[in-house]
Design a protein around this ligand. Structure first.
Ligand code: GUN
Length: 293
């Protein structure tokens, strides 16, 4: 049996259509346009490509968007001043500082400097705390994308055994918190596995919903998965380049094996990836509404 594909590209398109309507509505009601600035420090090719995709999405939705690229040797002070400038700019609703930052810059300090009402990544401790108590203004983008995929694919999360592989601040921890909350698209029993977990397959084999954000190419094998489980693969691992220079991506799940066992699975690329950017756009629209309501 081959699993049904959860197509993030299609779900993402549908949400962006909804957002377009919302942007139109905001323009008519408040006379404003959601504004997003992306700050990219340095010239890392992967970061450049992510930021380009974010800018394109913002542009396509009719946002006011600013791409602010800075050299890798910008000082921490200069970067903090720049953030302060955008904190005060009424045209800007969302500030995104692309990570990772060069080593001489303290990432935590930078994330703390962003006005929490413009923190569309939801990385500021204020927003992390609000998420933890079940009162988020913004959901972190990749976990929000995963939850949307589950809900829009009709996956029952209430009472489900969810196993998350990975404990990062960006994906593992927040998706675990979100799915254990009370409410629709949640109410799950969540287990989080990580590099020190004693017997990871004991846990993965029990999962009704298996979410893998391990950062290791094809880490999860087909026989780690319970037959009929829903598999969400958050991995984005570049394993090579095509003759014309395009990145060849693989997930954290051995897809060909997993699709024979799972009932539903996200492909890589075209699964979780496109959802992350769409959720960033959703957060920017939300920030605009918060600022103008
Ligand atoms: N680098 C990798 N993923 C992300 C993300 O979601 N947001 C930001 N700002 N940087 C990233």
């Amino acid at each position: 049996m081959a699993a049904q594909l959860i197509k993030g590209t299609e779900v993402s398109k549908a949400i962006r259509e909804e957002l377009k309507q919302e942007v139109q509505h905001i323009k008519e009601k408040y006379g404003v346009t959601p504004g997003l600035v992306t700050i990219l420090v340095g010239e890392d090719p992967a970061s450049q490509s992510y930021v380009r995709a974010k800018q394109k999405a913002a542009h396509d939705l009719g946002f006011y968007s600013v791409q602010d690229d800075r050299p890798a040797d910008i000082s921490e002070d200069e970067l903090l001043k720049l953030i302060d400038q955008y904190n005060k700019d009424p045209k800007i609703d969302g500030i995104l500082v692309q990570l990772p930052l060069p080593k001489h810059i303290n990432e935590t300090k930078v994330l703390y400097a962003i006005d929490p009402s413009k923190d569309v990544d939801a990385f500021h401790p204020f927003n992390v705390g609000k998420l933890m108590i079940g009162e988020p203004d913004f959901l972190p983008c990749t976990p929000a994308g995963i939850q949307e995929l589950l809900v829009r694919s009709g996956v029952e999360t209430s009472g489900a055994e969810v196993v998350v592989v990975g404990r990062s601040n960006i994906v593992g921890k927040p998706i675990a918190v979100m799915l254990m909350q009370k409410g629709p698209g949640a109410n799950a029993t969540v287990t989080v596995c990580h590099t020190r977990t004693r017997d990871v397959t004991f846990h993965t084999k029990r999962a009704d919903i298996l979410i893998v954000a391990a950062g290791v190419t094809e880490y999860v094998k087909g026989d780690w998965i319970k037959p009929g489980a829903v598999v969400i693969d958050v991995g984005v691992n570049e394993v090579g380049r095509t003759a014309d220079g395009k990145r060849i991506l693989k997930g954290d799940v051995a897809f060909d094996e997993a699709k024979e066992v799972a009932s539903m699975i996200t492909p890589v690329p075209g699964g979780v990836g496109p959802m992350t950017i769409t959720m960033l756009m959703k957060n920017t629209v939300r920030a605009c509404k918060i600022h103008h309501n």
